[in-house]
Design a protein around this ligand. Structure first.
Ligand SMILES: C[S@@+](CC[C@H](N)C(=O)[O-])C[C@H]1O[C@@H](n2cnc3c(N)ncnc32)[C@H](O)[C@@H]1O
Length: 300
């Protein structure tokens, strides 16, 4: 009998396969922590929570982003999604080979999920029913996340959903515009999955308005960030120039004061020598000395 993608009856993969996946995942994380985003594959409770938001009775492709070694793929298949409907978009070529071996009836696409429209250009025969993402969103700027959602909505049916897990406490995709308006989608969090390590949560996003507003917002965030970065750069330049000027002035003034003090000291010494050697001044000097000694004598 054909195994359901290496899963046993209890829903667990054989032990040696799990160890191999853990090891490969850890290696990928060491090589590129920002892309892999976790030190080990998601646990089955989290994978199941992701799959729960996909309706197997829907029609059209289901796009999975960042399948890694495939725990969410397995949960989707176990939920009853036909393997032919699954389009797995994975960046890591090793994971792609492994996925192709494990899920021969799914479509595996090696490419960048953050450029989804281009990566899947011409590959979908109809709009997708859902996009299920395990991408490490928190390692990317807000604008990339917002743009990912826009592109995903752009290839989904109007009632489609974008499903994402996160280890964070809040929605990994900004829900308010920079001007504090509502983004044109609804966002629903799942209960926390305490049995995952670390505990995680699933967020489901559904469009409620025009994707054009999301595009506008993503572009606005990019411009806003660029503007802020430019201002920060200008501020740093100005601060560096002022500090440099201050250092130069301080050095110049410091050197000037030292030189002037030394010069005055030398002149004073010369003058003192000249006066003490001048015969015309001798009586006056002798008188001054006497006055000095007289002042030093103790008084009754
Ligand atoms: C946190 S892991 C999740 C893996 C798996 N779904 C799980 O739950 O264990 C993130 C996965 O996303 C993949 N990934 C990261 N950036 C990507 C990108 N731009 N395009 C496609 N896949 C990406 C990584 O290679 C990794 O397999």
């Amino acid at each position: 009998m054909k195994r359901l993608n290496s899963q046993g009856k209890d829903g667990k993969a054989p032990l040696e396969e799990r160890f191999a996946d853990e090891a490969r995942f850890f290696k990928a994380w060491v090589e590129n922590p920002k892309v892999t985003g976790a030190v080990s594959p998601s646990g089955r409770f989290l994978a199941r929570m992701m799959a729960r938001y996909v309706d197997p009775a829907s029609s059209g492709p289901i796009i999975e982003l960042g399948p890694g070694t495939g725990p969410v793929t397995v949960a989707l298949l176990k939920r009853g999604v036909a393997p032919e409907r699954l389009v797995l978009v994975e960046f890591d070529p090793y994971f792609c080979k492994l996925l192709a071996r494990r899920f021969p009836r799914c479509k595996i696409v090696q490419g960048d999920a953050y450029n989804l429209a281009k990566t899947l250009d011409g590959m979908l025969e109809e709009p997708a029913a859902a996009v299920v993402s395990s991408l490490p969103l928190l390692t990317r700027p807000d604008a990339d996340r917002t743009e990912l959602l826009r592109q995903s909505f752009g290839m989904m049916q109007p009632q489609g959903s974008f499903i994402q897990f996160t280890y964070g406490m809040v929605s990994p995709i900004p829900r308010r515009t920079q001007a504090n308006g509502a983004m044109p989608f609804e966002a629903e969090p799942s209960p926390p999955v305490w049995l995952n390590l670390p505990p995680a949560r699933v967020w489901v996003y559904r469009p409620t308005g025009s994707p054009a507003l999301i595009q506008k917002e993503a572009a606005f965030i990019v411009r806003f960030k660029e503007g802020a970065e430019k201002m920060r750069g200008e501020f740093r330049d100005t601060r560096d120039r002022v500090e440099e000027g201050f250092r130069e002035t301080r050095d110049k003034v410091g050197v000037g004061i030292k030189e002037r003090t030394q010069r005055a000291r030398r002149q004073f010494e010369l003058q003192r020598l000249r006066m003490s050697n001048d015969p015309a001044l001798r009586p006056a000097i002798a008188l001054l000395r006497k006055i000095g000694e007289h002042k030093k004598q103790p008084r009754d």
